[in-house]
Design a binder for this molecule. Sequence first.
Ligand SMILES: Cc1cc2nc3c(=O)[nH]c(=O)nc-3n(C[C@H](O)[C@H](O)[C@H](O)COP(=O)(O)OP(=O)(O)OC[C@H]3O[C@@H](n4cnc5c(N)ncnc54)[C@H](O)[C@@H]3O)c2cc1C
Length: 328
Amino acid sequence: MDGGAAVAVEYATAEAPEASVVGVARGVVLAAGALNTPRVLLASGVGPDGPAVESANVGRNLQDHPAVPLTLALTTDAFYRDPGPLDAFAGGGDPLASLWASPGTSVGAFVRSSACGADDDADLQLTLFSPGQSEPHVAELLPEGHRNRTARNTALVTVALLRPDARHAVKLNASDAYGPPILTRGPRDAAWHAAPRCATCRTDTAWVTDADAARLLDGVERVRALAETDPLRGAVAFVDGPPADGSRADRLAWIRARALANSHWVGTAAMGDGADAVVDAALRVRGLSNVVVADAAAIPRIPNGNVHSTVLVFARRAAATLLGEGPS
Ligand SMILES: Cc1cc2nc3c(=O)[nH]c(=O)nc-3n(C[C@H](O)[C@H](O)[C@H](O)COP(=O)(O)OP(=O)(O)OC[C@H]3O[C@@H](n4cnc5c(N)ncnc54)[C@H](O)[C@@H]3O)c2cc1C
């Protein structure tokens, strides 16, 4: 850094672990994702403690759509579709490696929890993955005997919260700036800075606030009620779920224990007009004239649906800034 601009980037790769330096011509684009872009900024001295640029909120405001998976045991294979002929063509014989491995489709619904008013946008996203489909980050949580993606007897429903209250944080691992960042999870309250943990570790700290858990429970109960309607009635049974005869506190505890991170991370280098925003409306890092953030880190509030299309809009905006197009 020199005089409010980045002048060079230091990097290392697995093949060339010694640090290399490349000079900056037009600018620097940060696009390492909402977990790693703040890590790069923090490692470069842009963060709460500087020293290059003091920016209090780098790594804070991490948001996701927490999701609760529900496993359905099917009493019929009527919902199963065999992989089509393209499967062998595209996958070279390995059904799990194939682009066409998903034998069916997933269907989704956006619904309002009872916490919403009649005019509010939906705050819950329900997704039914047909038999044979799963989500990689969910599979390991499924009960024994239901983890096989190609199983005909298992379907998965996820209930995701679209406007979560919880905020998490990413911090630099002081002992290994090149290693994974440290992820701190917790609601917005005093527990926000609870014990730091590795991004890949599963912990007993919930991804959700109490209010988030209540909305998710609402969605889970909606799914269970749907399964009691035709034509699903009698064709599906829940392998897991909140204890039916438990108290509300027991059912909320089940939700808190099962709520998963959902890989929709945003918000750790949030765009905004205020001085506390990490990047400005042109996606320039405040305090640095030639560094832009072009990924989900810059999205200040998680969108009310899957996030990838919003990431593309932000990336396009960052490109326009570097190219000198549009408002600066
Ligand atoms: C399993 C899964 C399913 C998903 N499904 C959907 C979906 O159906 N719809 C949807 O809208 N979104 C979905 N998402 C979310 C979507 O993929 C992300 O929102 C989007 O990819 C975020 O884009 P990004 O550019 O911010 O980060 P990323 O796509 O994560 O890109 C960051 C890149 O930076 C690289 N990188 C990180 N650190 C460094 C470093 N130090 N040096 C060099 N490179 C680095 C990473 O390898 C990666 O290639 C899903 C995500 C996952 C994981």
